[in-house]
Design a protein around this ligand. Structure first.
Ligand code: F0G
Length: 451
């Protein structure tokens, strides 16, 4: 592939600590500041601010119809905002990004809002938002001459990493909690040829073990502690703004697990404001499951000063995390943007997911926390009827079909709780003849027969 060096400036990219300001030229496997231990991030000091904003915007739009894979990527077409690679020949892409922004008129009505939209990051190549960060981190790994990449995961990171590693010809080591991730996600990592290790612990335990392994073996950790993941995940916010004709929404609502996605989206909005592409920030709110709520407790009980770890338990397995690595970055984003941190129950998650489904938008439970959270934020008045809000849906419906089947067939919750859940749509059976099916149809759709 020819070398494409334009608009890239690796000499201005550096790793720095958002807490103490320390700049480092090379990071250890855990990507922590050698001075204070906080997670590092990529900075572009000296990178020219958007001198001609319109030219940048036009360029990003035009790249969509280019034939170059890196132009068609919904991540690399915004490369002026992540200029850390010297050339694009090493880009590993599966045409990630370019995900749809859907209107949700029914959910807006349920929430008592004039309008509501969802940015569906589950429509990425491996079915989750992880692909936007995986293209950047695996490309960086390739440039750095790495031969193995590795992650701990609740499923989506491992599926995504395995796919991008396979494309790049790299080895892939995956650590996942045994029997606690969905079958679909596990099957993806296996199919893409990763070495999949199931450990008798949760995500937090897997990450601890992984970081120890990384001290002893030359593997490159691509979990979201790696700041080059965050750079790719930023682009969801840029693309969202492009889809909204550069009008900043009042609210962006994100699920919270290990808390990198909320941080990435926040970093994007902050940089865009600093670089002059937008003039204000949306309020970025983070929603967690009640049984995996370390950030909610951290905000409520310590005002964001000290992490309160929890023993996580939720059927939204993607966010079953008790000690989120990026909690400090998330606290900073909540503070800077004026967002809210809220928790939702298992019932609320299931019902919200069914509300989205009824509108033709499928997602996995961890994504549905955003709608459940919005209902609560509306109820308490944090979100107003006339304001614009965008839910960030992070994973595809088919990522966890066991959950969906159990919900609709009434097996997700114990019998005593079923009365509290609305929106289930159990399958029915009929005899293999038209009369039997017509009888069923008549019971369900009187209007068909009146017509
Ligand atoms: N939604 C989905 C579908 C996820 O897979 C995850 C995280 C999150 C939300 C939370 O994002 O961690 O950036 O706050 N999944 C990780 C994984 C942990 O291993 O796949 P976060």
């Amino acid at each position: 592939m020819r070398q494409v060096k334009s608009q890239l400036a690796p000499d201005v990219a550096c790793l720095s600590c958002p807490s103490c300001g320390e700049q480092v030229s090379a990071a250890g496997p855990a990507f922590r500041c050698p001075q204070c231990g906080d997670l590092l991030e990529v900075c572009y000091d000296g990178w020219p601010h958007a001198r001609d904003i319109t030219a940048w915007k036009n360029r990003w739009r035009e790249r969509k119809i280019s034939h170059q894979p890196f132009d068609r990527s919904g991540v690399w077409r915004f490369r002026e905002l992540l200029p850390f690679l010297e050339d694009l020949a090493s880009v590993v892409t599966l045409s990630e990004g370019n995900t749809p922004l859907y209107d949700l008129p029914q959910c807006a009505r349920n929430a008592g809002m004039d309008r509501l939209a969802a940015k569906h990051q589950g429509m990425n190549p491996t079915g989750s938002f992880k692909d936007t960060g995986m293209t950047t981190v695996v490309s960086k790994a390739l440039v750095d001459g790495v031969s193995w990449v590795a992650c701990a995961s609740t499923g989506n990171t491992s599926a995504s990493m395995a796919a991008y590693a396979a494309r790049a010809g790299l080895g892939a080591l995956v650590l996942v909690p045994h029997a606690k991730i969905s079958a679909a996600k596990l099957s993806q990592a296996l199919e893409y040829g990763a070495l999949v290790c199931q450990l008798p612990t949760d995500f937090d335990g897997c990450l601890r073990v992984l970081l120890e392994v990384a001290e002893a073996a030359p593997i490159y950790v691509v979990n979201s502690v790696n700041p080059y993941r965050v750079e790719g995940q930023k682009t969801a916010a840029v693309e969202l703004l492009e889809q909204m004709h550069w009008e900043v929404p009042d609210h962006v609502i994100v699920p919270g697990g290990n808390l990198a996605n909320s941080s990435a989206i926040g970093k994007a909005f902050l940089e865009l404001r600093n670089w002059g592409l937008i003039s204000r920030l949306p309020k970025i709110s983070i929603i967690q499951a009640e049984g995996a709520n370390p950030l909610v407790r951290t905000m409520r009980e310590t005002d964001g000063d000290e992490l309160i770890e929890v023993q996580p338990e939720t059927r939204a397995t993607a966010i079953r995390i008790g000690a989120p690595a990026s909690w400090k970055k998330a606290v900073r984003i909540l503070r800077e943007s004026g967002g809210c941190c809220e928790q939702v129950t298992e019932h609320e998650i299931a019902s919200a997911k069914a509300d989205l489904g009824r509108e033709g938008i499928g997602c996995e439970p961890a994504s549905a926390v955003t709608l459940a959270g919005l209902y609560k934020l509306r109820h308490c008045g944090f979100v107003q009827r006339h304001e614009s809000a965008v839910l960030v849906l992070t994973g595809h419906l088919l990522k966890d079909s066991e959950y969906t089947l159990q919900f609709h067939s009434g097996q997700l919750f114990p019998p005593a709780e079923r009365g509290q859940i609305k929106g289930s749509n159990p399958p029915v059976t009929a005899e293999a003849n038209a009369r039997s099916v017509l009888k069923l149809l008549e019971g369900h759709a009187q209007e068909v027969f009146r017509a």
